[in-house]
Design a protein around this ligand. Structure first.
Ligand SMILES: Cc1ncc(COP(=O)(O)O)c(C=O)c1O
Length: 399
């Protein structure tokens, strides 16, 4: 039979970072000793207390349907967390739980965009690989706003104004940023606020890495700015901060009207999250010591890994202020980012994600996760230094 598919989905490419992981897996299966720095996942287990809460929930029979909005006690606790840690004025009515942060992004965009009307969503680039496809899957058109490596991806009004149109409905903002590790400064938050007010836009602020920051810095939460609080949808989740990727726990915080519309979508698509997962999340929010230890460990690895990268001739690595990714520009015989990643996989046996997968502003860049065992990071540095040295040395000889 000749199948007919949703035409929008036919235009959506598969996840580029998953493609790198697949390539690395294939090489491993062939017996090649590959170090993968391509995966965006904490290398810790979920804190014990949260795991026990999940097991207890199952043992007590909390295995039935729950409400589409999520467990009331968890929604209350999230609202308190947002007030205490992020200066966001929220109550449980402003919160909805979602199966992972990814679905929160989809549900937010799906709730705002009417398919077929040509509505656009600005996406600050470089951007997490799924934003563009999610906007398309929700019936909108993603429009890239290019920021530059040279200015450390500082958000400027000029860059935003270049891409806005009468069809723009919202801007997707992600800080701490995957892939660059940049955090949102007060000045940049003000720029975004002025821009949103001028053009009457909503701001979708994905803050999933918000608890993973370094050097005493904190990324500004957009909804903490009172003048735009009614136009911000804050997205967050438990995957990164509490090492709960497989539990599929995310949430959105937004004005009540928006949450009630998102809830209708949840009722008809996912019904609810599992109660025992939400009970584990409730406990995870109080696992402050575990979270602190994980962040300290990422920080130790960040320091030596970024220093080591910057010591390799041809590599310029930004110092990440949040998340667990090193983002570096590689000057390697005029290779583009895909060629650089292929070369490193073949020659150094190190898997990295090509910067061009993250849209504009990522040319000649690569993303490496330092949520990776210290010994592997040290070995990867050694291998990359050697592989890059080989090309640079032969370029010297030619000159
Ligand atoms: C920026 C960003 N947002 C959202 C997500 C989704 O996380 P999850 O769906 O596991 O909660 C990720 C995962 O890589 C991410 O990097």
């Amino acid at each position: 039979m000749k199948y007919k598919f949703n035409e929008t989905l036919l235009n959506i490419p598969p996840s580029a970072s998953l493609a790198v992981s697949e390539k690395a897996k294939k090489r491993r299966a062939e017996g090649v000793d590959i170090i993968t720095l391509a995966t965006g996942e904490p290398d810790f287990d979920t804190p014990d207390a949260a795991r026990i809460a999940g097991i207890t929930g199952i043992a007590e029979g909390h295995t039935h349907y729950n409400t589409a909005l999520g467990l009331p006690a968890l929604r209350q606790r999230i609202a308190r967390k947002l007030a205490e840690e992020n200066d966001i004025d929220a109550s449980s009515e402003n919160i909805i739980l979602t199966p992972g942060g990814k679905y929160a992004v989809y549900e937010a965009v799906r709730t705002l965009i009417t398919p077929g009307k040509g509505e656009e969503v600005l996406v600050l680039n470089p951007a997490w690989v799924s934003y563009g496809p999610i906007v398309m899957a929700a019936g909108g058109t993603p429009v890239d706003v290019e920021l530059s490596f040279e200015s450390h991806y500082k958000i400027t009004r000029e860059a935003l104004e270049k891409r806005v149109s009468s069809r723009t409905r919202a801007v997707i903002v992600n800080y701490p940023n995957n892939p660059t590790g940049c955090i949102l400064s007060q000045e940049e938050a003000d720029t975004l606020a002025d821009f949103a007010l001028t053009h009457d836009l909503l701001l979708i602020s994905d803050e999933i890495y918000e608890r993973i920051t370094y050097d005493g810095n904190q990324s500004v939460s957009l909804a903490s700015l009172p003048r735009i609080a009614d136009r911000v949808i804050t997205l967050n989740g438990f995957s990164k901060s509490t090492a709960m990727t497989g539990w599929r726990l995310g949430y959105a915080c937004a004005p009540k009207e928006i949450i009630s519309k998102m809830s209708i979508l949840s009722q008809h698509t996912i019904s609810c999250l599992s109660q025992f997962s939400m009970e584990a999340a409730l406990v995870a929010l109080d696992c402050q010591e575990d979270i602190k230890k994980m962040v300290e460990s990422y920080d130790d690895r960040r320091r030596f890994f970024v220093k080591g990268l910057n010591e390799i001739p041809g590599i310029t690595c930004l110092v990440p202020q949040g998340a667990f990714y090193a983002w570096a520009k590689v000057d390697l015989a005029e290779k583009d980012s895909f060629e650089i990643a292929d070369y490193l996989l073949d020659e150094a046996r190190v898997a990295v994600v090509p910067g061009d997968c993250y849209g504009k502003g990522g040319s000649c860049c690569i993303r490496m996760s330092f949520a990776t065992a210290e010994a592997d990071l040290r070995e990867a540095l050694k291998r990359m230094r050697h592989a890059i040295g080989k090309i640079n040395d032969s370029a010297e000889v030619k000159r």
